[in-house]
Design a protein around this ligand. Structure first.
Ligand code: ATP
Ligand code: MG
Length: 575
């Protein structure tokens, strides 16, 4: 890794002006608000795998800490007990680490604060700031009012402290069924902010928690947990997404009532990507319904999916730096993300030759048993990557697309009677086209080669086209998976009435090519390694199906943004 790649923000950070959160932090550092400390946290709920949106938050939180010499905690917001939590916790840690961030020993769980939160709840009851309410959920909703209509006080609001303490203890002891009682803060049922209308602090839930087991049958709500967790960890800047802006008054209220250390909540706009759904609930639905093969399906916007697809951590960090941090809603073109991985892989991915749709070529004037090792450049962008030997012999495979029997204008590849250069090797000429007698399908080309053209232009004529190839005897067989966008619409939520986002799934998002040929150097490839298949795109050796024994490559991204081309064409047509 170069220095540039090592810093989470890549080389771009220095070039731009400060975003609004950095401005706040710098101002706080100047005024000594937190004694010069910067301490952030990334607080995922372990109810799904992380996605590219989370990466934005991870880069922001860990990035602020790194930039200002501070710390960033990893905190699991595990107030909702759920079964899969363990799997999710493990995947989240793996993904954050893979993205290149380190929380050292600062791995925290909201559930570790349950005792303290319970104590604080009792303290608030004693101070007359909280009460036990017997309203059922639908009644509570009804009492709550709306944005235009104030709420009504719960009939249980004026219970005295002793009764509240007693009922809360009995809630804790497990005397009541789920949903029959709650502990609520006593604030203001006419407050213009609905979150301030006596919000629930605790609910009854007889469920096993992945860490606290069956110790609790009452669980604190997110709002009663998050700020206090921030406070306990002495967070300075509690960065979250805009939907929590309306929760900030409550965040502040709890901390003020408890009179404890008070971090500052700051909201920014979440990442939205075109052609992508981002909510964990929907991603889980795609997994459960089998629309994708799992959370790490290479078409998923999950970190594990992007990793399996061949994305590098550097490219994702670069993307997060490039899109910036702001307070207004926006949708980022997924092509920006693709551009970032293309940029990085162009710099670092070794080039190899692979033929996805093979057409057999026999070079009649090349000696039958001869094999030559030709020199191939590993990466023209990086001379230090050196060269390798690639075997050349009499029978080769080329790409079906690189031959046309009836070539259109400007087709500089192979055609009957025409010459083309085989990359790193000789100029060959197509002498004869062999077809299947029954189907008429082209099954083989008979060619001749010019022995004086190894690495040299032929004398007296110019050969424009260069195509890639693989020696048939030396080729390794591979399966190649080509991915396209998972949704056909820029906004997958844009649907006809009665339909939902799933009706916009792209039926052609996966194309599997079997019987592909790759050059023998790939025998050494380790799962997860990335290559540029010359002229085709960037590919990554799959990590999922290693057991099957076949080489499986996932296409990370094509060499150029083909969608941009298609869209441009469509626009031209319209005009
Ligand atoms: P989702 O809506 O996808 O289910 P979430 O917000 O419920 O996500 P959490 O696990 O609670 O997921 O999120 C952890 C952190 O990541 C939070 O601080 C949240 O604000 C942030 N985050 C989640 N989605 C995005 C996004 N699209 N862009 C930026 N930050 C995000
Ligand atoms: Mg959430």
């Amino acid at each position: 890794m170069t220095q540039d790649d090592n810093t989470p923000a890549g080389g771009e950070q220095a070039a731009r002006s400060l975003h609004f959160i950095e401005q706040i932090v710098e101002e706080d550092l100047k005024t000594g608000k937190y004694d010069g400390r910067v301490h952030t946290r990334f607080p995922p709920e372990p109810n799904g795998y992380l996605h590219i949106g989370h990466a934005k938050s991870i880069c922001l939180n860990f990035g602020l800490a790194a930039k200002y010499g501070g710390l960033c905690n990893l905190r699991f917001d595990d107030t909702n007990p759920s079964k899969e939590e363990l799997e999710y916790v493990e995947s989240i840690k793996e993904d954050v680490r893979w993205l290149g961030f380190d929380w050292a020993e600062r791995e925290y769980y909201a559930s570790d604060y349950f005792d303290q939160l319970h104590e604080w709840a009792v303290q608030m009851i004693e101070a007359g700031q909280a009460y036990v309410c017997d309203l059922a959920p639908d009644q509570m909703r009804e009492y709550r009012g709306t944005l235009t209509r104030p709420g009504r006080n719960s009939p249980y609001r004026d219970r005295d402290v002793q009764e509240n303490l007693d009922l809360f203890r009995r809630m804790y002891d497990g005397e009541f069924p789920d949903g029959t009682r709650t502990l609520r803060a006593q604030i203001d049922m006419a407050h213009p902010n609905l979150n301030m209308r006596d919000p629930v602090m605790y609910r009854i839930l007889h469920a096993t928690h992945h860490r606290s087991g069956d110790k609790w049958c009452i669980y604190p709500m997110y709002d009663f947990t998050h700020g206090q967790s921030d406070s306990l960890e002495r967070i300075t800047h509690s960065v979250c997404t805009l939907e929590f802006e309306n929760h900030r008054p409550l965040y502040d209220w709890y901390l003020d009532q408890l009179g404890i250390y008070h971090p500052q909540q700051i909201e920014f706009a979440r990442l939205n990507l075109s052609y992508t759904v981002m909510s964990k609930r929907k991603l889980l639905e795609l997994v459960r319904a089998g629309h994708v093969s799992g959370w790490d399906d290479p078409r998923m916007p999950s970190i594990s999916g992007l990793r399996r697809r061949g994305y590098t951590p550097e490219s994702i960090r670069r993307f997060c730096e490039r899109i910036g941090v702001a307070k207004f809603y926006s949708v980022v073109d997924v092509a920006v993300l693709e551009g970032c991985v293309r940029e990085h892989l162009n710099a670092v991915a070794p080039r190899v030759m692979a033929v996805l749709r093979p057409l057999r070529v026999v070079i009649d004037n090349y000696p039958e048993d001869q094999v030559e090792e030709v020199d191939a450049v590993n990466n023209p962008e990086d001379p230090s990557a050196g060269t390798r030997k690639v075997p050349f012999s009499r029978v080769l495979y080329i790409e079906r697309d690189d031959f046309r029997e009836d070539p259109p204008r400007k087709f500089f590849r192979l055609a009957p009677g025409r010459e083309v250069r085989l990359r790193y090797a000789y100029v060959v000429k197509c002498e004869e086209v062999i077809k299947d007698e029954q189907t008429g399908e082209i099954v083989e080309l008979r060619c001749s080669y010019d022995p004086d053209t190894l690495g040299q232009q032929p004398v007296g004529r110019k050969v424009k086209g260069v195509i890639h190839w693989v020696s048939a005897d030396h080729a390794l067989e591979a399966e190649v998976r080509l991915y396209d966008r998972l949704f056909t619409k820029e906004n997958p939520e844009d649907v006809e009435e009665g339909e939902e986002y799933k009706s916009n799934l792209n039926p052609n998002s996966l194309e599997v090519l079997e019987g592909c040929c790759v050059e023998p150097s790939l025998a050494e490839a380790t799962p997860g390694s990335r290559y540029q298949f010359e002229r085709l795109g960037y590919f990554c050796l799959d990590t999922g199906d290693a057991a099957s024994g076949t080489l499986v490559f996932n296409r990370t991204v094509s060499l150029r943004d083909t969608w941009a081309k298609i869209e441009k064409k469509a626009q031209k047509k319209k005009k």
